[in-house]
Design a protein around this ligand. Structure first.
Ligand SMILES: Cc1cc2nc3c(=O)[nH]c(=O)nc-3n(C[C@H](O)[C@H](O)[C@H](O)COP(=O)(O)OP(=O)(O)OC[C@H]3O[C@@H](n4cnc5c(N)ncnc54)[C@H](O)[C@@H]3O)c2cc1C
Length: 474
């Protein structure tokens, strides 16, 4: 184990708003760091609806370090390929990530969202998560933060982490308070999120391998059917527990009718199947039968409708409050990046928090500034490439079909690998735990050294600081 001084303040109090993927991942890491935190979640119980999550190689570094990787492998499948076909099942092309384990250290994994939550929740002591606690707002000054909860209680802390998703109450309160003080918030940050697609997702009952032989293959590669006439894509996934996940994404005819003001639907609540399903029921399924057969094998409680929106926010922190996950960058699901980016945020933030020497406003500001500097560029680049992929998949017409086919079947291997290398370059892990076991052939970005470690080492006349991370990848 790498030895290094622990300079974190024992008494730093942290409130996390939201027990979603970013909130729970932050809680697990703070727990391992022995830091003082509490999570407030508005839902009365865990409702992890939804379909598949593909977790990238870059996130497996932290899973390995936290001892979660083996548990996750038992309930997931490795994935490396996406097969694209038209709605008559003619081939468009393949996106093959190649030997991901060799190149980046670990295979990417495909898992159902409820299963992933189950694994996360076993790692956070139950008394640290307070369910049914909706944050209404907060106030902060140089001495601390006070959050107000809908049950009329108030809670105090040194640091507030907004992990409360795309419609983050923390973000909205933060921006309003900044404007009130005459501080600048970019116009684009204040603009509402706009929807451009809606999406129906479902996970079938356990299916027999005789009926669906694809389930015997035990890989989580996924299949995408691209609608010819309409701007519709259907994603199909096979899960370790012999279920099939499906996701229908359709571009909305009049997205301007549905903005944040008149349609707030960020929750994963189950609703009845709607017209989107009817439009594709008759499509042939690459695994046999039709998509309607899969829908008929999907119980209502494993069916949900979500509106898809995307936005990158430029303001991630102010005073003692910081944002992570969908609260500061909401990605479209086509690149499967939202959860991955949320997890990477959490690792960068916890590394910085662990090294904070005092709870003074000056130290908190340095910490958040460094978190933003190390994390935001990669998050923004991934946001942009996801938006590009989304247009490539949803544009219609002969020209778009040709561009798509060329991009997915004729892109040289080296170019694919270059793109993958970029997506997998940020592989953060915690500075206070033994490094992960990966031996990747492609080096990642050097690990970001927490700002306060740098300062401490400088004060001691020591150079650099990367020695606190000893890994083959850095
Ligand atoms: C159809 C679809 C498919 C996807 N597929 C993938 C994929 O394959 N791979 C991938 O990486 N990502 C995927 N994503 C994205 C991914 O699910 C999200 O990016 C990820 O869940 C973001 O995590 P988060 O913790 O930031 O936010 P959330 O998961 O939204 O969690 C926020 C939490 O905060 C709580 N909350 C909200 N407001 C308050 C309040 N006022 N007080 C207290 N609590 C509050 C919410 O109840 C929720 O529990 C997909 C998304 C969609 C819609």
């Amino acid at each position: 184990m790498t030895s290094h001084p622990n300079i974190r303040p024992e008494k730093l109090k942290i409130i996390i708003v939201g027990a979603g993927i970013s909130g729970l991942m932050t809680a697990i890491q703070l727990e391992r760091a022995g830091m003082d935190y509490v999570v407030f979640e508005k839902s009365k119980e865990c409702l992890p609806l939804g379909s598949a999550l593909s977790l990238a190689s870059s996130c497996c570094y932290i899973f390995d370090q936290l001892g979660m990787l083996e548990d996750l492998r038992k309930v997931s499948l490795p994935c490396q390929k996406i097969d694209y076909v038209r709605d008559d099942l003619s081939k468009v092309g393949v996106m093959d990530a190649g030997n991901v384990e060799d190149r980046y250290g670990y295979n990417a994994i495909l898992i159902t969202r409820p299963t992933f939550y189950d694994v996360l929740l076993t790692r956070v002591p139950a008394h640290k998560i307070h369910w049914g606690k909706r944050i209404l707002g907060f106030e902060q000054n140089q001495y601390g933060v006070m959050v107000r909860i809908a049950d009329n209680t108030t809670h105090h802390a040194d640091i507030l982490i907004g992990a409360d998703g795309a419609y983050s109450a923390v973000r909205q309160t933060l921006y309003k308070s900044m404007l009130k003080k005459g501080l600048k918030v970019p116009k684009s940050d204040m603009a509402p999120l706009h929807f451009n697609s809606n999406c129906m997702i479902g996970v079938t009952n356990v299916l027999s391998e005789e009926e669906y032989p694809v389930l015997k293959e035990k890989t989580g590669d996924f299949h995408v059917i691209i609608g010819k006439e309409r701007s519709i894509q259907v994603y199909l996934f096979t899960f370790a527990e012999n279920r099939i996940g499906w996701q229908i994404c359709g571009k909305m005819e009049n997205p301007e009718d549905h903005d944040e003001q008149n349609f707030r639907f960020s929750d994963w609540s189950p609703v009845a199947a709607d017209e989107l399903c009817d439009q594709v029921r008759h499509y042939k399924c690459p695994f046999g039968g039709t998509l309607g057969d899969l829908m008929d094998r999907t119980p209502k409680e494993r069916l949900s409708k979500v509106m898809l929106e995307d936005k990158y926010f430029h303001t991630w922190w102010h005073l003692r409050t910081v944002l992570i996950g969908d609260a500061c960058h909401k990605h479209l699901p086509f690149g499967g990046q939202g959860a991955n980016q949320a997890i990477l945020d959490s690792v960068h933030l916890v590394n910085q928090l662990y090294a904070i020497p005092t709870n003074s406003l000056e130290d908190v500001a340095k910490t958040f500034k460094s978190y933003y500097a190390n994390r935001s560029t990669n998050a923004r680049d991934v946001y942009k490439s996801t938006a590009l992929l989304s247009s490539m998949l949803s544009n219609r017409g002969f020209g778009s079909d040709t561009v798509r086919s060329l991009a997915l079947s004729k892109t040289p291997k080296w170019l694919n690998e270059l793109g993958m290398d970029g997506m997998n370059s940020d592989r953060p892990f915690l500075c206070f735990l033994p490094p992960p076991n990966a031996t990747p052939s492609i080096k990642g970005k050097p690990q970001a050294v927490p700002v306060h470690y740098k300062e401490m080492l400088k004060a001691q006349g020591l150079k650099g600081g990367s020695s606190i991370f000893s890994s083959t990848s850095s």
